[in-house]
Design a protein around this ligand. Structure first.
Ligand SMILES: Cc1cc2nc3c(=O)[nH]c(=O)nc-3n(C[C@H](O)[C@H](O)[C@H](O)COP(=O)(O)OP(=O)(O)OC[C@H]3O[C@@H](n4cnc5c(N)ncnc54)[C@H](O)[C@@H]3O)c2cc1C
Length: 416
C-alpha cells in the first residue's frame, strides 16, 4: 500500500481543532522552549490534579491535554517524520518529572513512549507506519499497549489470539485483560499470534487505530494505586489492513526495544514517585525540627536512608540509560544475554529500591506520612509504588533469569 492509499483508508482522518494545530516538522515545536521547561509545565498541571485523579480513579485528562499542547507525545519521533528526535535519556527525565507530580500521568506517558519507540525503531521501512509517525506528531496521538492476555498474566512472550488474514485485511479477537487508558487512547499497539497455525511464541505487533476496533469492557479498574492509569480489561475486536502489522517479528521488537525501553521509562517514573515521597518527608522533618528548637525528630535517620536509596535508584537508571544508548544500534549487543539480563534486572532492582525508598520516607514521617489528609501524607505514593514489583511480576522475571544466572560468572575485577 502506498502512502496515498493509506491516507485514503483513514489513517489521516482529522481529529478536531484542539490538537494537531502545528504542522508536523515545524522546528519551533513548543515555542522553542527546552524539553525540561515544557515537561515542568505539564508536571505542574499533573500535580494540581493528582489527588483527584487518584481519589476518582480517573484518567489524568488535563495533564495529557497539556502534554499534547506542549507536543510532548511526539518528541521522540525522528525529525524526518515531524518529531524532535529526543533521546531516551530526555524521555526518561520527562517520566521522572511527571512521576514527581502524578504517578499515573508518568506511567501513561512512559507506556505511550515505549510504543512510540517500537514504532520509530521498527516501523521505518513501512509506509503505513511512517505515516502513523507523522500523524503522532501532527495530531499528538496517544498510543496504548495490549500485551497482557487472558489469564497468562505477565507472560507477554506468548499470545493466544491469532491474527486472522482475509486478503489484505486482518481480524483479531483478543481477551485484553489489561489495557491502561484503553478508552482514552487514539490507538492500541497489541501483540498477537502470527496466524492460527503459529506457535504461541510466534508473535507480531500490530497498531490498531481507534476506528479499527471496539473495546467491550470485561473488568473495571478499582486498584490500590496507579488509579489514574484506568487499566481496565476488555475484549478487543479489530479489523484492520495487514500493513498495520509491524514489519519485523515481535521477538526482535521485544528484545531490542520493548523490554529495555519499558523498563528504563517505568523505572524513571517510579524514581519520580520515590523522589516526591522523599521531598514530602524532608519538609516534614524540617518542620518537626523547627518545632523542637532545632532537635531532629527520632525518625530522621530514615530520611537519610530514603535519600540514599533514591540516589542509588537514580544511579542505577542513569547507568542503564547510558548502556542502552551505547548499544541502541547494535543488535548483537542488544540481544546478548548480558544486556538482556541487565535490562530485566533493572526493572526488578528499580522497583524494589523505589518501594524501599517510599517505605523509608513513611517511617521517617510516621503518622504525618501515614494519614491520608495533611500536607505530609505519602499514602498515595506508597499505593502507587506498590504497582512497580507486580507490573510484570519480579518473581516471573527472576524465575526466567534463573538459567542465565548459572551461565554468568562473577566479575574478575571491580571496574570491568
Ligand atoms: C499499573 C499497571 C498498568 C498496566 N498496564 C498494562 C497495559 O497497559 N497493557 C497490558 O497489556 N498490561 C498492563 N499491565 C499488566 C502487566 O503488564 C502484567 O501483565 C501484570 O502486572 C501481570 O499481573 P499478574 O499478577 O496477574 O500476573 P502474573 O505475572 O502471572 O503473576 C501472578 C502471580 O504469579 C507469580 N508468578 C508468575 N510467574 C512466576 C514465575 N515464573 N515464578 C514464580 N512466580 C511467578 C507472581 O509472583 C504473582 O504472584 C499493567 C499492570 C499494572 C500494575
Amino acid at each position: 500500500m502506498t502512502v496515498r492509499t493509506a491516507t485514503l483508508q483513514g489513517i489521516s482522518a482529522s481529529r478536531g481543532p484542539a490538537r494537531g494545530l502545528l504542522i508536523a516538522g515545524s522546528p519551533k515545536h513548543g515555542g522553542g522552549e527546552s524539553l525540561t521547561a515544557r515537561a515542568e509545565k505539564v508536571a505542574a498541571i499533573a500535580a494540581a490534579d493528582a489527588a483527584a485523579v487518584d481519589s476518582d480513579s480517573r484518567f489524568p485528562a488535563e495533564a495529557i491535554a497539556a502534554a499534547r499542547e506542549q507536543r510532548l507525545l511526539s518528541v521522540a519521533v525522528p525529525p524526518e517524520f515531524g518529531g524532535e528526535g529526543a533521546d531516551i535519556s530526555e524521555i526518561a527525565d520527562i517520566c521522572y518529572a511527571l512521576g514527581r507530580a502524578c504517578a499515573s500521568t508518568a506511567m501513561v506517558y512512559a507506556m505511550h513512549q515505549t510504543k512510540v519507540a517500537c514504532l520509530t525503531r521498527h516501523g521505518r521501512s513501512s509506509a503505513w507506519h511512517q505515516l502513523l509517525m507523522r500523524r503522532v506528531c501532527g495530531e499528538q496521538m496517544l498510543l496504548a499497549s495490549s500485551t497482557t492476555e487472558g489469564d497468562r498474566g505477565g507472560d507477554i512472550r506468548n499470545s493466544t489470539a491469532p491474527v486472522e488474514r482475509q486478503g489484505a485485511r486482518i481480524a483479531l479477537d483478543r481477551s485484553a485483560t489489561v489495557i491502561s487508558y484503553g478508552e482514552a487512547a487514539d490507538a492500541v499497539v497489541t501483540t498477537a499470534r502470527r496466524s492460527a497455525d503459529a506457535a504461541s511464541a510466534d508473535q507480531v505487533l500490530v497498531v490498531l487505530l481507534k476506528q479499527d476496533y471496539t473495546l467491550e469492557r470485561q473488568v473495571g479498574w478499582d486498584a490500590l494505586g496507579m488509579r489514574g492509569t484506568c487499566s481496565a480489561g476488555f475484549r478487543l475486536i479489530a479489523s484492520a489492513a495487514s500493513e498495520q502489522i509491524l514489519p519485523v517479528p515481535y521477538d526482535e521488537i521485544h528484545t531490542r526495544t520493548m523490554m529495555p525501553v519499558a523498563h528504563l521509562l517505568w523505572s524513571s517514573a517510579w524514581a519520580g514517585i520515590a523522589a516526591a515521597a522523599v521531598e514530602r518527608t524532608r519538609a516534614f522533618v524540617r518542620k518537626a525540627r523547627q518545632r523542637a528548637d532545632g532537635a531532629l525528630p527520632p525518625g530522621a535517620g530514615h530520611l537519610t536512608r530514603a535519600n540514599a536509596s533514591v540516589q542509588k535508584l537514580r544511579g542505577l537508571i542513569a547507568n542503564a540509560l547510558q548502556r542502552f544508548e551505547l548499544a541502541a544500534d547494535d543488535p548483537a549487543t542488544l540481544e546478548s544475554l548480558e544486556f538482556q539480563t541487565a535490562m530485566n534486572l533493572l526493572k526488578v532492582n528499580a522497583s524494589e529500591l523505589a518501594v524501599a525508598t517510599v517505605m523509608s520516607a513513611m517511617q521517617a514521617s510516621g503518622l504525618a506520612g501515614y494519614r491520608n489528609d495533611g500536607e505530609f501524607s505519602i499514602g498515595r505514593h506508597l499505593r502507587d509504588i506498590l504497582s512497580a514489583p507486580i507490573m510484570i511480576n519480579n518473581d516471573r522475571i527472576l524465575a526466567n533469569l534463573g538459567a542465565a544466572s548459572l551461565l554468568s560468572s562473577v566479575p574478575a575485577s571491580i571496574r570491568d
